[in-house]
Structure formats: structure tokens, C-alpha cells
Design a protein around this ligand. Structure first.
Ligand code: KG4
Length: 333
């Protein structure tokens, strides 16, 4: 089955063509250059940019896959969660394509895409597995039992991990999106320089909370300024990164132990973080769990994961009627 995937949930316009679970083309245009001067995504600008990008990106994906629309068997587009204006562009475009070309269409939950992105790698896990999804909009732990069955075991109660990276980057004067810049800076810093708090919440809780940590970084920077003392950006970045990564890894392994699941995978933009991957490798070996990490281009938003998830949902449930609408919050939790 030849599947065209379309993703436009936030600030990246992406299209991919898959033959089953095999990627034939994976195209993405980033809007980072537009949003960086505002220190975050401006929803209105994002949807306007999607309008300009979606058609050329789809055309490029079809041509890179050496195919044409009439050969496509299924159109899979992100239906939610995300920015409504952004989602509407990709989803409405997909609906229009489906209507004129009479190709069946499926709406895909963005979180399901991230959870299944590990199947775009060479050695995916077998079900069931625990999946940590950490991005700019989400931090959540899921139990994946099949290509279409996911339960949320824990989620952030306030900021997402990527949001915390972005906000800390902004207060340190680093560009948007902040995660990669904080991580790069952290390479030259001492992760034990400042003991930022770890928010474990209640014993056994699989939920996350990162807003207190972000405030601690802000307080530390302000106190240093008041005391006229040096602010070492690399040390702050390394100490902050360590505080985030430790909580993410420990809680994910706790979930795997609690539900007696042997495999752990990760997904979402923050899963590109090298310290997170290193600690997972180390702690999974200690806990006798097998760790799976997607390739870097499948960590951040992409349409290949949407096409893959869409293909499996279609096999189970068939296509959707074209009066379906986008949604801002995932039903997956
Ligand atoms: O999944 P994603 O591409 O998109 C949305 O959330 O919409 O994730 C983007 C997030 C941003 O917050 C970005 O700062 C973060 O992922 N990120 C990282 C790294 N690369 C991207 N955070 C930490 N370390 C990284 N290397």
C-alpha cells in the first residue's frame, strides 16, 4: 500500500510517501527562521506559512518517491493535537486531495505517530513496549500494546520538557528552538555546578512537572545578577539538562518496571537529546530493559510517522468521512 502522509500540527510542514512501513520520501520545511525572532511559535504566522508550503512539500515528496498522486492508495494527515490553525491547513488540504482524487483518507493522532516512529528504524521493538514522548507540547509515558492501542501512564502537569528547554534558552538569550542550543552549550558546562531541583511528585507517580525547574533557573539567574556574580551559561545549561534528563529516564524505567515491560522507546523532539539517550542506554542496561531510539530525523515532527500510523489505523478501522474536524487535545492523554 502506497501512503501519502501530511503533517502540519505546529511549525513544520512535512510530507512523506511510504510503501507499507518503508519510507520512499520524507520532506520537511522548517519555519524556525520565521519564529526565532519571537522566541517561540507565533500560531498565525505558522498557519500562513503552512498554506504556502503544503502543496510544494507534497509535490516534492511524490517526486522524490518517483510516484504520482494517482498511484497513492491512502492519504494520512495529522488531525490533532496541535495548533488549530496549523492543523486545519494540512488536514483540509488532505481532505481536498482525497475528495478530488477519490483516494481514501485517514486522520492520525500526532502522539500515535511519535509512539510508532520507532518502526521507521531498522530494529523496532515487539509489542508491548513503553514509549516516552517528549516534545515542545508534550511529555508523556505510554504503554503501546499494538499499532492502534496505546494507554497513557503519565503526563506532564504543567510545562512539557521541550517547552522547558525553550523557555530556559529564551531567558539565557539563546535562539529558538532552544533544546539543541541548550544541549550544545551544555557540552562545555559542569552538570553538577548547580543543584537544580528534581520534581519527582508523589512516590510511584509517572507524571512530570517542569515548571518549578524552569522557575529555579530564572531565580538562579536573577540572584546572580543581584549579587553581581558571574552567570556561566554552559554550567546552567548542563545543570538544567541533567535535571530534566534524570527525571525523564527514571520515571520511564519506573513505568517499565511497574508494568513489567521489557522494552523502552523514545520519541518527540527532545528524544534527539544526546545526554537523554546516553542515560537511557546506561540505566536500561542496569535495569535489564532493552532501549530503542529512533533515528534523529524521526524524533522531531515528520510526516513519515504519520503515514506509518495512518496505514495501520486504516487497516483496522478503514477511512474517515470527510466531515471530520481537527482537534487540539489528544484523546490518547
Ligand atoms: O517534536 P517536536 O519537533 O515538535 C513539537 O513539539 O511541536 O519537538 C520540538 C521540541 C522543541 O521544544 C525543541 O527545543 C526540542 O524539541 N528539542 C530538543 C533537542 N532537539 C529538539 N530538546 C533538547 N535537546 C535536543 N537536542
Amino acid at each position: 500500500m502506497l501512503i501519502l502522509g501530511i503533517e502540519s500540527s505546529c511549525d513544520d510542514t512535512a510530507a512523506a510517501v511510504l510503501q507499507g512501513d518503508t519510507v520512499l520520501a520524507n520532506i520537511l520545511t522548517s519555519q524556525d527562521a520565521i519564529h526565532t525572532k519571537f522566541g517561540g511559535v507565533v500560531p498565525e504566522l505558522a498557519s500562513r506559512q503552512h498554506l504556502q508550503a503544503v502543496h510544494p512539500v507534497v509535490e516534492k515528496a511524490l517526486s522524490d518517491a518517483d510516484t504520482t498522486l494517482d498511484k497513492i492508495d491512502l492519504i494520512a494527515a495529522t488531525q490533532g493535537p496541535g495548533l488549530i490553525g496549523s492543523l486545519l491547513v494540512g488536514f483540509s488540504y488532505a481532505k481536498a486531495l482525497s475528495m478530488v482524487s477519490k483516494i481514501p483518507m485517514i486522520g492520525v493522532d500526532h502522539m500515535a505517530g511519535h509512539i510508532l516512529s520507532i518502526f521507521l528504524s531498522k530494529n523496532p521493538p515487539v509489542f508491548p513496549y513503553i514509549s516516552l514522548i517528549v516534545s515542545g507540547g508534550t511529555s508523556a509515558i505510554y504503554l503501546a500494546e499494538s499499532f492502534t492501542s496505546f494507554s497513557c501512564l503519565g503526563r506532564t502537569r504543567d510545562d512539557a520538557a521541550g517547552e522547558a528547554f525553550d523557555k530556559v534558552a529564551k531567558l539565557l538569550g539563546l535562539p529558538y528552538p532552544g533544546g539543541p542550543h541548550v544541549s550544545k552549550m551544555a557540552e562545555a558546562g559542569d552538570p553538577d555546578y548547580i543543584k537544580f531541583p528534581r520534581s519527582w511528585l508523589e512516590a510511584d507517580s509517572l507524571d512530570f512537572s517542569f515548571s518549578g525547574l524552569k522557575t529555579s533557573v530564572l531565580n538562579y539567574v536573577n540572584q546572580q545578577k543581584v549579587k553581581n556574580q558571574k552567570i556561566s551559561t554552559p554550567d546552567i545549561c548542563a545543570s538544567f539538562e541533567k535535571a530534566v534528563v534524570e527525571v525523564l529516564v527514571k520515571k520511564t524505567i519506573l513505568a517499565a518496571e511497574k508494568y513489567n515491560i521489557p522494552s523502552i522507546s523514545i520519541g518527540g523532539g527532545v528524544s534527539a537529546n544526546s545526554k537523554l539517550r546516553e542515560l537511557f542506554h546506561h540505566e536500561c542496561a542496569v535495569a535489564d530493559k532493552v532501549f530503542y531510539a529512533p533515528e534523529l530525523n524521526y524524533c522531531t515532527d515528520n510526516a513519515a510517522m504519520i503515514a506509518l500510523a495512518g496505514g495501520h489505523t486504516y487497516k483496522k478501522n478503514g477511512s474517515i468521512p470527510l466531515d471530520h474536524d481537527v482537534y487540539s487535545r489528544s484523546s490518547l492523554g
